[in-house]
Design a protein around this ligand. Structure first.
Ligand SMILES: [Mg+2]
Length: 374
């Protein structure tokens, strides 16, 4: 008899962050995760996570909307389906719901976690195997205060936790943002790479002006300087400067990747499982980047441990990952809902051992932080 999906739960979890996290579009004081628990008729449970940045301020899905979509539409479509056929289950979801990529990503993760546990293999093994067991992880300096950011970077360098630092800019005038970034680069010198993420905040003229100054200051990478829709503008900026331009919001799936590659609009793609609708969508996007000679980078939606480790299993299987990752989400959280939190050392995140994701939920923490029990 086939092993069928018997239940799917989506749980909103509100976790405190270690500090306020300032982005061009929002300041985060806490993070809301949507944790998915998918059970099958053989008694095996898989877990997944969908998490957004600043509610609805970054993307088109919110934690509350993700839960609604899963409870109302996606979970009923999965109940009774073959739990061992991940592609089959995802095809069914794509038939009943357009878009909703974050929700689908969480469900795909839960299916893969369960299947890994069922077969007794890590998720990366299900994908064909990891070509690296650790992923370089940068840290985002986002306090907004120059002296405090330098102090934080110095401490993390000394602890050998991060040697690449990303600055979230675009809130202030271009000149003020560049002064902030340049001061941090001067303080850190060749000991660290410094990158910036503008999160689409600039127009093209600001972009040209800002990137010229950032390039002169020795900044290593410029992420999504202008609106995601302005691909031709991004191509003009990419052609104009030597410092690499990374597309993030502009590249969600393989179709975007094709178009950006055709235009020569990006030197680097930021990959994220959530925006591609899951690990397989991310891998398809990566394949287009590979074919076009575009460098790859493992991005984050600031997920907790479940979503972060799901992405890590996927990123570990990529043939090239020239710009490393930003899988630091769990480090931004004061507490988490897994028994053993991911291990960060020597500037890298290690894949956990064990079947599936290699994680187990902490039932007490989950009960404490879930919104419906607060
Ligand atoms: Mg970004």
């Amino acid at each position: 008899m086939a092993t069928t999906i018997t239940s799917v739960d989506a749980i909103l979890v509100d976790l405190p962050t270690i500090r306020a996290h300032q982005l061009a579009m929002a300041t985060m004081q806490q993070q809301t995760l949507v944790i998915v628990r998918l059970r099958a008729s053989d008694g095996i449970e898989g877990i997944g996570e969908a998490t957004t940045i600043g509610g609805l301020s970054y993307g088109e899905e919110s934690p509350e909307g993700i839960k609604l979509a899963i409870d109302t539409y996606l979970a009923p479509a999965l109940i009774g389906q073959d739990a061992t056929n991940v592609h089959g289950a995802m095809a069914r979801l794509n038939k009943v719901a357009r878009g909703n990529r974050f929700a689908k990503s969480a469900l795909e993760t839960a299916l893969l976690d369960a299947q890994g546990k069922r077969l007794g293999v890590p998720l990366a093994t299900l994908l064909g195997g990891a070509v690296r067991d650790a992923l370089p992880v940068l840290w985002t300096l986002a306090s907004g205060d120059t002296a405090r950011d330098i102090e934080e970077a110095e401490r993390l360098l000394a602890e050998r936790r991060h040697d690449t630092f990303k600055l979230k800019i675009g809130r202030r005038a271009v000149r003020d943002d560049v002064a902030h970034v340049a001061a941090i680069k001067r303080a850190l010198g060749d000991r660290a790479r410094v990158t910036v993420d503008v999160n689409q905040a600039w127009n093209e003229a600001d972009g040209a002006n800002g990137i010229a100054m950032l390039e002169a200051a020795g900044i290593d990478l410029i992420e999504q300087p202008i609106a995601r829709e302005n691909r031709v503008g991004l191509a003009r900026l990419a052609a104009r400067f030597v410092v690499p331009i990374m597309a993030d919001e502009a590249v969600t799936g393989p179709e975007d990747a094709m178009e950006l590659a055709r235009l020569g609009a990006a030197d680097v793609f930021a990959l994220k499982i959530a925006k591609s609708g899951g690990i397989f969508g991310m891998l398809r996007t990566a394949a287009v980047g590979d074919a076009a000679g575009i460098a790859l980078y493992g991005g984050t939606m600031l997920e907790g441990s479940v979503g972060t480790i799901a992405a890590a299993h996927g990123f570990c299987t990529l043939p090239q990952l020239a710009w490393g990752t930003e899988l630091f989400g769990p480090l931004l959280l004061k507490d988490d809902v897994v028994l053993e939190r991911p291990a960060y050392r020597d500037f890298a995140l290690r894949l956990p051992d064990g079947p599936g994701l290699g994680l187990a939920l902490d039932e007490d923490k989950l009960a404490h932080y879930r919104r419906d029990c607060a």
